[in-house]
Design a protein around this ligand. Sequence first.
Ligand SMILES: Nc1ncnc2c1ncn2[C@@H]1O[C@H](COP(=O)(O)OP(=O)(O)O)[C@@H](O)[C@H]1O
Ligand SMILES: [Mg+2]
Length: 149
Amino acid sequence: MKALNSMKLEIESRSVNEAFARAAVAAFAAQADPTVEEISDIKTAVSEAVTNCIVHAYPDYVGKIYIWAGIFDNGIFRVKIKDKGCGIEDVDKAMVPLFTTLGGERAGLGFAVMESFCDRIKVRSKPNKGTVVTLEKALCGRSGADERN
Ligand SMILES: Nc1ncnc2c1ncn2[C@@H]1O[C@H](COP(=O)(O)OP(=O)(O)O)[C@@H](O)[C@H]1O
Ligand SMILES: [Mg+2]
């Protein structure tokens, strides 16, 4: 299905850009008339995915993070966060809550947070090629509520 509207963003994997990426995606999603809570959920999930690119995909150098976001019919919002970094050996294992390869520094809850704040998550990854995380959320939004008033 083709998005009704979409945007692309390419940023460097610097930690200062995490707040920018999360705000940019939220600003784009705003046109779908989400609730404050839905926007907050999107920000939280995007923040986790972008942080993973910064700390895991490119652990000791600055690489590129590619973000695509699209709004579909019925208020479906989709965002893809892609890197060309180190990749994930075993995706199923990486997604288990509390699993982390940076013990002591990280809680291992990033994927669990993305899962709980979104309706769908898909992770595709190849070692030494990179990772694509696709997040999807249905925005029930304010417009539906307004119609009822
Ligand atoms: N973009 C990525 N590139 C490489 N590895 C990743 C990426 N995202 C996640 N991972 C791997 O998956 C593990 C789990 O991620 P996450 O649930 O966010 O926990 P945490 O970031 O706290 O370790 C990470 O420890 C890392 O090994
Ligand atoms: Mg993480």
